[in-house]
Unconditional design. Structure first.
Length: 94
């Protein structure tokens, strides 16, 4: 009997409960594409990378220029103070 019951169980199709698959929505389509193209060396990505590098270099040059302007202003201020001090001392002596 046990052999007959096991053969009936093997012959009959068994129903297996599997969870249904849900499609995962990407929160941002563009982000998904960027992740896909991250390793690729397409011309558009190379242009973008070069543009970013150029913008960084330009920003550094602009910041250096602003620092130089500040130094120049401080030097002009020092020159004016020295002139004022000189003329005060000159007037006091006369």
């Amino acid at each position: 009997m046990s052999q007959a019951s096991t053969s009936k169980q093997l012959d009959s199709p068994q129903i297996i409960n599997t969870p249904t698959k849900k499609k995962l929505k990407s929160p941002n389509y563009k982000l998904k594409n960027k992740q896909i193209n991250k390793g690729s060396s397409s011309a558009a990505l190379q242009i973008a990378e070069i543009e970013i590098a150029c913008r960084k270099e330009l920003h550094e040059a602009q910041m250096a220029n602003e620092k130089q302007k500040l130094k120049n202003l401080l030097l002009k201020e020092e020159v004016l103070r020295s002139k004022l001090l000189y003329y005060k001392n000159k007037n006091e002596l006369n």
